[in-house]
Design a protein around this ligand. Structure first.
Ligand SMILES: NC(=O)c1ccc[n+]([C@@H]2O[C@H](COP(=O)([O-])OP(=O)(O)OC[C@H]3O[C@@H](n4cnc5c(N)ncnc54)[C@H](OP(=O)(O)O)[C@@H]3O)[C@@H](O)[C@H]2O)c1
Length: 295
């Protein structure tokens, strides 16, 4: 049995489909009525019977978290932190309590590196010190109760996921289709991305391969600048992109999130995936975008 959190989400639903189609039984932890197991209240752990159930899983894939792509009000910042740090801690403690702990495959993001302009970033690069960098560092550290108890922990430092029906492309498809797509600010910021299919294959591999542990940059080997992305996505949709949305407009509309996400630059190399010969199905952005639009 494989446990999945965030199973109703963009990545989680694709992971559940892939697991079920290869014959794995999936148990979903979430907030909705369709979840098999509910999260505990923030600040408390899972009840004893839930801990026992979690301990029987082969692996736990943890993809839950409040969205980063909306205005970061004080309330939303609290939700971002609680849904990542507190829930990861509760899950890691349950995993760590098992006599034979399941593997924990836990979400993180390339946002851990902060805004780093043109610097190439690998798994060995230091985290950023901005809000997202600190949040992602604490999110990863919350898995420690599992690794300290002997569980195999894989951290997925995920780039922007290109796929159909959700994520960034889900939000941008309509404006780009209407010819309203535009680069953001200077457009020189780097976007590290991965195709949804490759992200799902990574999760399956991380569940099965007992040799995998620690942090992995989960992105394709060819990051693109925001300007390159904008042109490529407009071309795939047979539209032209507008020149640019100025940074001050983004800051007025989205506040701190504009600098933290839309204008931030992460030029990430998936060094560990390259080292181990991960078979990327979509190594280049234009191909991944074409597939996401056509799929
Ligand atoms: N998509 C990307 O491009 C991308 C890039 C980098 C990192 N990531 C990370 O990968 C993970 C999955 O991404 P996704 O795109 O699949 O996200 P998503 O579609 O927004 O789904 C996330 C899931 O998390 C749960 N959730 C939402 N708000 C929550 C809250 N306040 N408390 C507890 N659970 C909450 C929901 O599941 P239930 O309603 O079932 O509880 C939701 O379906 C996230 O942690 C995200 O930060 C995603």
């Amino acid at each position: 049995m494989i446990i999945v959190t965030g199973a109703s989400g963009f990545i989680g639903s694709a992971v559940c489909r892939a697991l079920e189609s290869r014959g794995d039984r999936v148990l979903r932890i979430g907030r909705g009525a369709d979840a098999d197991l509910q999260w505990p209240a923030i600040g408390s752990g899972f009840a004893a019977d839930a801990v026992a159930l979690i301990g029987t899983a082969r692996a736990v894939v943890h993809l839950a978290g409040a969205t980063i792509s909306e205005r970061w009000t004080a309330t939303h910042k609290r939700a971002l932190r609680e849904s990542r740090v507190n829930l990861t801690d509760a899950l890691a403690r349950a995993v760590g309590a098992a006599p034979r702990p399941p593997a924990l495959i836990s979400g993180s993001a390339v946002g851990i590196y902060g805004d780093r302009r043109d610097e190439w970033l690998t798994e060995a690069s230091a985290p950023g010190t901005d809000f997202l960098g600190t949040l992602a560092r604490d999110w990863e550290a919350a898995t420690l109760p599992a690794s300290q108890a002997g569980a195999r922990v894989v951290l997925m430092r995920t780039g922007v996921v290109f796929g159909r029906g959700g994520g960034m492309l889900g939000k941008l498809k309509l404006p780009f289709s209407l010819g309203l797509g535009a680069r953001l600010g200077s457009g020189r910021q780097w976007l590290s991305w991965i195709a949804l299919e490759d992200a799902v294959q990574f999760v399956l591999r991380a569940i099965d391969d007992a040799a995998m542990s620690g942090a992995y940059n989960l992105c394709a080997p060819g990051p693109v600048t925001n300007a390159e992305f904008t042109d490529a996505f407009a071309r795939v949709l047979h539209r032209r992109a507008l020149v640019a949305t100025p940074a001050f407009v983004l800051r007025a509309a989205f506040g701190e999130m504009a600098d933290g996400v839309l204008l931030a630059s992460q030029r990430v190399r998936p060094a560990r995936l390259i080292e181990t010969g991960f078979p990327f199905r979509f190594p280049d952005a234009a191909g991944a975008l074409r597939h996401a639009v056509a799929a």
